[in-house]
Design a binder for this molecule. Structure first.
Ligand code: PLP
Length: 495
């Protein structure tokens, strides 16, 4: 590839958006510090642009995108709640933003204190003994948790346990994490009436293979938005055969201050701070998936862990049984500052109010939407619920995808579609607690209008979106031949 083709078409030679002070490091010193084969022979082919060009470029890009700051985002199982700006202010404080992970403990007392206290808050919220803040995503927490469970079984002389039970409505990361941790994922069926675990099926699995079960991974409330009231009995059955219970707490919005995974009998839990604790997510941005454990799993936790004595806060090395670090440095620190801010600014009563409002909002939508859409499990839900477009597909050829795309025309994001897999034409909706009554009502009115359109003018739904910067993509082509890099001139070819 020629150097010229890397240079974008914006700018002109000599334009600058910043002025840097003259370099005060002698060139010879640089030459001796940097290996010769890493030194550039020619300047990097970067666009040379003025500040206003940079600002306009990125502002325009941001306007082509959808975000929680621009509209309602009912993306089920993703908890796209509003990101309070106070969180950003705190993360930007120089004492947090400008520190280095290798600074001495004595020079970052506030940062270690924040981690120390955040661990305690999350442990209290989850009903767990200790928490590691290292994992950087929910899936990363799952893998870490399963590695702890594996280390625990090994320490008990039970290395033969190779099965992880996972309900058929689980998030796809659960079986993926189990496989990555070198376990075999075994599916547990959903009870068609209750939406919880099919207890008879679980019993059969345990009778046949209980001695080989390492763990069960449960989401409660599950991805159908249903709280499984058999959970204490499930915990008893799994523990009885020597297995461990893993709680997928990615969406803990519904349980904050109401119940705790630890009290339900779970041994390990992960949180998604980028969901439950309002830190930004999406676009592959940094997240955090801390995991909490009960007492018997503490020796296996990754280290170092924050500690405190009369001299102050410090990082304590992990013991000899630790599975080792799962991430560089101390985790996604900026995300942890935001989550800490969220928890502190809500307080215990505020967190409970969060859960109650999230549940109320979801049930309001479930009730209102049920006039036009069939609800897969028409029961009181928790933070989310699953509707289905099956009827519209059968009668008018309008699918969940079409409805999702049509919503974009009204300035709202789409629900999660085609998940969980056990519901055909699924549309999984999670309003979160941060939306106003007016926004929820607008969403209901738009969903009603789309249902009307499906009956009277299905073509407009099938060809949506019509008002977005980019129209409907050829999904097969986008998946098979993804075009991920912008190139000069490409813009003009967009439809
Ligand atoms: C989002 C989610 C995950 C995965 O979390 P990531 O941070 O995306 O890795 C796992 N389980 C459930 C139920 C989720 O909603």
């Amino acid at each position: 590839m020629s150097v010229e083709s890397l240079i974008f078409e914006k700018g002109a030679p000599g334009r600058r958006a910043a002025s840097l002070p003259a370099m005060d490091v002698p060139t010879e010193a640089l030459d001796s510090m940097i290996p010769a084969d890493l030194l550039r022979a020619t300047p990097a082919p970067l666009p040379e642009v003025s500040e206003i060009e940079v600002v306009r470029h990125y502002t325009h890009l941001s306007q082509r995108n959808f975000g929680v700051d621009t509209g309602f985002y009912p993306l089920g199982s993703c908890t796209m709640k509003y990101n309070p700006k106070l969180n950003e202010d705190m993360a930007a404080l120089p004492g947090f933003a400008r520190i280095h992970p290798l600074q001495s403990d004595s020079s970052v007392q506030g940062a270690i204190q924040l981690i120390y206290e955040l661990e305690q808050y999350l442990a209290e919220i989850a009903g767990m003994a200790r928490v590691t803040l290292q994992p950087s995503a929910g899936a990363h927490g799952e893998l870490t948790g399963l590695m702890l469970i594996k280390a625990y079984h090994q320490s008990q002389g039970e290395s033969h346990r190779n099965l992880v039970l996972i309900p058929d409505n689980a998030h796809g990361t659960n079986p993926a994490s189990a496989t990555l941790a070198d376990y075999r994922a075994v599916e547990v069926k959903t009870d068609r009436k209750t939406g919880g675990i099919d207890m008879a099926h679980l019993k059969t699995l345990l009778e046949a293979n209980g001695a080989n079960v390492a763990a069960i991974m449960l989401t409660n409330p599950n991805t159908l938005g249903i709280f499984d009231t058999n959970v204490v009995e499930i915990a008893r059955m799994i523990h009885e055969v020597g297995g461990q219970l893993y709680y997928d707490g990615a969406n803990a919005n519904a349980v904050l201050g109401i119940t705790r995974p630890g009290d339900m009998g779970f041994d390990v839990v992960h949180f998604n701070l980028h969901k439950t604790c309002s830190t930004p997510h999406g676009g592959g941005g940094p997240g955090a998936g801390p995991i909490g454990v009960k007492e018997h799993l503490i020796p296996f936790l990754p280290g170092p862990l924050p500690a405190k004595d009369e001299r102050g806060y410090y990082w304590q090395d992990a013991g000899p049984q630790s599975i080792g670090k799962v991430r560089a440095n101390m985790g996604n620190f900026g995300v942890l500052v935001r989550a800490y801010t969220y928890i502190r600014s809500n307080g215990p009563d505020g967190l409970r109010h969060v859960a109650e409002s999230a549940i109320l909002n979801a049930n309001y939508l479930r009730h209102e939407l049920s006039k036009d859409y069939e609800i897969a499990y028409p029961l009181i839900c928790q933070h989310e619920f699953v509707a289905t477009a099956q009827r519209y597909k059968d009668e008018y050829g309008v699918t969940a995808t079409d409805i999702a795309k049509r919503l974009l025309d009204f300035g709202m994001y789409a629900p999660t579609i085609y998940f969980p897999l056990i519901v055909h034409e699924a549309m999984m909706i999670e309003p979160t607690e941060t939306e106003t009554r007016e926004t929820l009502d607008y969403f209901v009115s738009v969903m009603h209008q789309i249902a009307e359109e499906a009956r009277t003018n299905p073509e407009i739904v099938r060809t949506a979106p019509h008002t977005t910067v980019i129209g409907r993509l050829d999904q097969a082509l986008a998946a098979r031949k993804p075009n991920l890099r912008w190139q000069p001139g490409q813009e003009k070819t967009h439809s």
